[in-house]
Ligand binder design. Structure first.
Ligand code: TRP
Length: 350
C-alpha cells in the first residue's frame, strides 16, 4: 500500500509542477485526451473535461483528441450507432470550442500505425500487471460483461494512443492514474530496451468539480440523469422537471441528505458562477418548483451559444466529415513517423 500512495503523491507533485509550468512554457506540452463514442456528450463531460481541454488548447498547448471507437467494444458486443455517435461527438467538440485548425480530432480505428504499436508494447507488460489494474476490474464488473482480451489490454492501447503522438500530458481523474502509470512504464521499458523514443507522460489531475447527475448520482446517460449538450431547451426543461427532489419547502445545500436538491443547486452554480448556498438562500421557502425553474433557465442560458453553434455546424454535414478526415490524415502522418522510429530502434527496417 505504501507503494500505491507514494506513486499517488509523486503523480500529484508532477501534476502540480506541470500545471504551474503550462502557462510559462505551453510549447513544451503535447496533450492527448479522448472519449469513447457511446452517446452524446452531456454537462458532466463539459464541466468535467471538455471545458478544460478548450482552455488548454487556447493557452497554446498542442492538443490531440482520440475518439476511441475500438474501446466501445471492450465490454459490449455491438457497434450499432457508432458512426452516428462519432459524428455527433465531433459536432459537440466543435460547438464547445475545440478548434480543428489547432487540434487534431481522429478516430482510433482509422490510424493503423498507431494500432501497430500494440504488438511491441504488449511484449513489455506481464499478464499479472494487466490483471492488477483496478480500473479494468471495476469496468468489467460494472458492465456485467465477460472480461474480453480487449478490455484486459485496454491500458496498453491507451498507451498507444498517448505515445503515438509523443503525448506528455494527459488530463485525468484520480481513478485513471493507474493507466498513466502503465503508460509510463511501457515508455520507460521501451526506451531502456531499445532506444529513447518515447516521453514518460504525466497525468494532469483535473481540479474540475464533478457535476452530479440530476438525482445526485454520477452524471451518466445510462442513469437517465444527464443533460445532453445537444438537448433542446424543452427537453432540458422536461428532464429537470421530472428530477427527483424532496418535500421539504426550504431549499438548502446538503448533498448527503438532499442529493436531488443539491445536485440541482450544483448544476445552477456551475452554469451561473454563483455558489450553491447563495442560490439556495435566494430561493428560500419557494420550494423545488422554483428551484427547478431557476436551474432550467441557467442551464439553457449557459448552453445557448453552444447549441446555436452546434445547429449551425449540423447544417453543414460535409464540413464535419472533412474535419474528421483531415484529423485522421494528420494523425496517420504522425503515427507513421513514430512507427518508423520504433522499427529503427528495434532494428526492424528491411
Ligand atoms: N478511455 C477513455 C474514455 O473512456 C478514452 C480514451 C482512449 C483515452 N484513449 C485514451 C483517454 C488515452 C486518455 C488517454 O473516455
Amino acid at each position: 500500500m505504501a507503494h500505491v500512495s507514494d506513486t499517488f503523491l509523486a503523480s500529484q507533485r508532477r501534476s502540480d509542477e506541470i500545471r504551474a509550468d503550462l502557462a510559462v512554457h505551453p510549447e513544451k506540452y503535447i496533450m492527448l485526451t479522448g472519449d469513447r463514442p457511446t452517446g452524446r456528450l452531456h454537462l458532466g463531460h463539459y464541466f468535467g473535461t471538455i471545458a478544460q481541454r478548450v482552455a488548454l488548447q487556447n493557452a497554446g498547448i498542442t492538443t490531440r483528441i482520440v475518439i476511441a471507437d475500438y474501446q466501445v467494444i471492450t465490454d459490449r458486443d455491438t457497434t450499432e450507432h457508432i458512426a452516428d455517435n462519432v459524428y455527433s461527438m465531433v459536432l459537440d467538440y466543435l460547438a464547445c470550442g475545440i478548434d480543428p485548425e489547432r487540434t487534431i480530432i481522429f478516430t482510433h480505428s482509422a490510424v493503423p500505425a498507431l494500432n501497430q504499436l500494440m504488438l511491441p508494447f504488449l511484449s513489455l507488460v506481464s499478464e499479472s500487471e494487466l490483471h492488477r489494474n483496478p480500473t479494468v476490474k471495476s469496468e468489467q464488473e460494472a458492465s456485467g460483461h465477460t472480461l474480453t482480451g480487449l478490455l484486459l489490454t485496454y491500458p496498453v492501447h491507451q498507451a498507444c494512443d498517448i505515445l503515438f503522438c509523443k503525448g506528455n500530458i494527459v488530463p485525468v481523474g484520480k481513478d485513471q492514474l493507474p493507466h498513466i502509470e502503465q503508460t509510463r512504464q511501457i515508455a520507460r521499458r521501451f526506451n531502456d530496451r531499445y532506444a529513447p523514443v518515447f516521453p514518460e507522460p504525466a497525468g494532469l489531475l483535473t481540479d474540475a468539480v464533478e457535476i452530479p447527475g440530476l438525482d445526485g448520482r454520477k452524471m451518466s446517460k445510462s442513469y437517465g440523469n444527464a443533460i445532453a449538450l445537444s438537448a433542446t431547451e424543452e427537453e432540458t426543461a422536461k428532464l429537470i422537471k421530472k428530477s427527483r427532489t424532496d418535500s421539504e419547502r426550504k431549499i438548502t445545500f446538503d448533498p448527503d441528505n438532499r442529493p436531488g436538491v443539491s445536485a440541482l443547486l450544483t448544476t445552477a452554480a456551475l452554469c451561473t458562477g454563483r455558489t450553491e448556498e447563495d442560490i439556495a438562500e435566494e430561493i428560500g421557502e419557494s420550494g423545488s418548483g422554483a428551484l427547478k425553474a431557476y436551474v432550467t433557465e441557467s442551464v439553457n442560458a449557459y448552453l445557448a451559444p453552444i447549441r446555436e453553434k452546434r445547429a449551425q455546424l449540423e447544417a453543414n454535414a460535409g464540413y464535419i466529415l472533412e474535419v474528421l478526415h483531415e484529423g485522421n490524415r494528420r494523425a496517420n502522418e504522425i503515427a507513421e513517423v513514430t512507427l518508423q522510429e520504433v522499427r529503427e530502434a528495434m532494428g526492424m527496417v528491411y
